[in-house]
Design a protein around this ligand. Structure first.
Ligand code: ATR
Length: 263
């Protein structure tokens, strides 16, 4: 039996076990592989990870609040994980812990087309924003970053690139990505973010990393304005697909993963 897991704190809400076990079953690997959820507090994280290879784990996903700690404890880092400064995927092989980040590639593969050359607004400057800004710049997008706390968007752009923006003009962007937590607890995105529900347009793509309530109020308004929308579940599925590929070497069954993640 090869084991996989997602580590977080809390972890009860995670859709990754259902999604990844559905993927393993669809690939005919359900007998030999199992994916579970492990709740672990920050002070116990490193010790727990170091036990995993000896317990039959081949790899793990890491989510909030452990993405920085996962990077710090790894023996080898992918270029993506190192540059973003966070890891969401660990591989246990050859007596080593390798760290990777599939959040960046997951966002890119969830988008309907390449963001190269597109005027882009990223909302937020936390951990999720770092992967998004890094991915978009890497693809050649023009990136502006708005954050409630301006000093955080300024320092994110200093480190990764992009331009901080205090009062973005919504109509000016071809791609808008919400990485803030707004919406998670039922907040009104149009009260908390510099966006107007009536000003989305058909040529825009709007992505919202928040999931839970589908569609989010942000995406419902964007779709009503004719924009193309990408929801947080699709981004979750795509990052999960890339992680599964790293662990198993197999092409991920996206439809089975989507169906399980949305159930
Ligand atoms: P994550 O790793 O998920 O990005 P985080 O580092 O806690 O988590 O970042 C959360 C992001 O959501 C931040 O950009 C935060 O803005 P601040 O830097 O100003 O705190 C943003 N956020 C959370 N609640 C918000 C709200 N009510 N209005 C606007 N932004 C909010």
């Amino acid at each position: 039996m090869s084991r996989l897991a997602v580590l977080g704190y809390p972890i009860g809400h995670s859709r990754s076990p259902a999604m990844q076990n559905a993927a393993l079953a669809a690939l005919g690997m359900g007998e030999e592989w199992r994916y579970e959820a492990i709740e672990v507090a920050p002070d116990a994280f490193e010790a727990r990870v170091r036990e995993m290879p000896g317990e039959g784990f081949a790899g793990a996903n890491v989510t909030v609040p452990h993405k920085g700690a996962a990077l710090a404890l790894a023996d080898t880092l992918s270029e993506t994980a190192r540059e973003i400064g966070a890891a969401n995927t660990l591989v246990f092989a050859d007596g080593e812990i390798r760290a990777d980040n599939t959040d960046a590639g997951g966002l890119l593969s969830a988008l309907p087309s390449s963001p190269a050359g597109k005027r882009t607004l990223v909302l937020g400057a936390g951990g999720a924003a770092r992967a998004v800004v890094w991915a978009l710049l890497r693809e050649g997008a023009e990136v502006e970053v708005w954050n409630r706390t301006e000093r955080r968007s300024a320092s994110l752009c200093e480190e990764l690139g992009g331009q901080p923006v205090a009062a973005p003009d919504q109509a000016n962007y071809e791609l808008l990505v919400n990485t803030t937590a707004v919406g998670l607890r039922g907040e009104d995105p149009f009260a908390e973010l510099p966006l107007d529900p009536g000003r989305f347009a058909p040529e825009q793509v709007v992505a919202d990393l928040v999931y839970g309530q589908e569609p989010s109020r942000l995406l419902a308004a964007a779709a009503a304005g004719g924009a193309t929308v990408v929801d947080g579940i699709e981004v979750l599925v795509r990052q999960g697909a890339l992680s599964l590929q790293i662990w198993t070497g197999r092409e991920a069954p996206l439809d089975a993963m989507r169906a399980a993640a949305r159930r």
